[in-house]
Design a protein around this ligand. Structure first.
Ligand code: ATP
Ligand code: MG
Length: 250
């Protein structure tokens, strides 16, 4: 455990900047601390830097300056076994999905669990349960390349949460979805959150954060422009009723 974090902190970013060549300042002096078990929304206009921030958190990009710690580890310095273990603790649903389009839905969802050597029966049950929660049971054996964008988006989410990671990073999870599917996606994320996962969601979809009780960080041109909370009324669930919103750890 480093000096910068304690055991209740999942993410610590200190004075982080990210410059892309030749001269794009995608993130500029970002400092934020996200608690273990927190659900945290990241909002801001297109090009604000949301995806860049998530890419830094999952080690797809390196910061130009500053420090990033996940669970007390500087993710851009850990190597070998430690890095492999850290990777298993993080589930990511990418904005562009990154599914293996020539593999089936079930194979895509199972991947993270296979990498961590879960038993085949457990994997099969988890895949079926996730597909049932998303009402996509009938897609189990389809190639993901043949699915609609909204279906692909939900499979990407199912893959991200399948192995019950302690940190889930989700980039625009509801961009292609109708209200019912949006509610199902939020229920799935709420379940992971209630089970103790830390969840960071980048989104343009006001319907999923406005009534939550969680923190909302707005980025504007790579800088933090506000840090607020939703009004706590909860979001509509798939049946149309309001979810009371689960308490978070802040
Ligand atoms: N690989 C890259 N090379 C150069 N510039 C990049 C690269 N990736 C992102 N950018 C730029 O960095 C800025 C932030 O992009 P980012 O994708 O993080 O925004 P975003 O908030 O996720 O936007 P959106 O809501 O459209 O997904 C933009 O100006 C973008 O053009
Ligand atoms: Mg983005």
């Amino acid at each position: 455990m480093s000096k910068a974090t304690d055991s209740r902190t999942m993410i610590e970013m200190i004075k982080v900047t990210k410059r892309y060549p030749p001269n794009v300042m995608a993130l500029d002096d970002i400092s934020v601390s996200i608690a273990s078990g927190e659900m945290f929304f990241l909002i801001g206009r297109s090009g604000a830097g949301k995806t860049t921030l998530l890419k830094l958190l999952c080690n797809m990009e390196r910061p130009s300056n500053g420090l990033i710690e996940i669970a007390g580890m500087n993710i851009h310095q850990v190597t070998g076994n430690k890095l492999a273990k850290l990777r298993q603790k993080v589930g990511v649903a990418y904005q562009d999905f990154r599914l293996l389009t020539d593999r089936t839905v079930a194979e895509n969802i199972a991947i993270s669990m296979e990498v961590s050597y879960k038993k085949p029966e457990l994997i099969r049950n988890r895949v079926r349960s996730l597909l049932a929660q998303l009402q996509l049971e009938d897609k189990h054996d389809m190639l993901t390349g043949d699915l609609s964008r909204g279906e692909q988006q939900r499979i990407a989410l199912a893959r991200a949460v399948a192995n019950s990671p302690s940190l889930i990073l989700v980039d625009e999870p509801t961009g292609n979805l109708d209200a019912t599917s949006t509610a199902q996606v939020m229920e799935l994320l709420s379940r992971s959150h209630n089970a103790g996962a830390t969840i960071v969601i980048a989104t343009h979809d006001e319907s999923i954060y406005r009534h939550s009780s969680h923190r909302i960080m707005e980025i504007n041109n790579g800088r933090i422009s506000s840090l607020t909370k939703g009004d706590g009324q909860g979001w509509p669930n798939a049946a149309g009723a309001m979810d009371g919103g689960s308490g978070d750890a802040i």
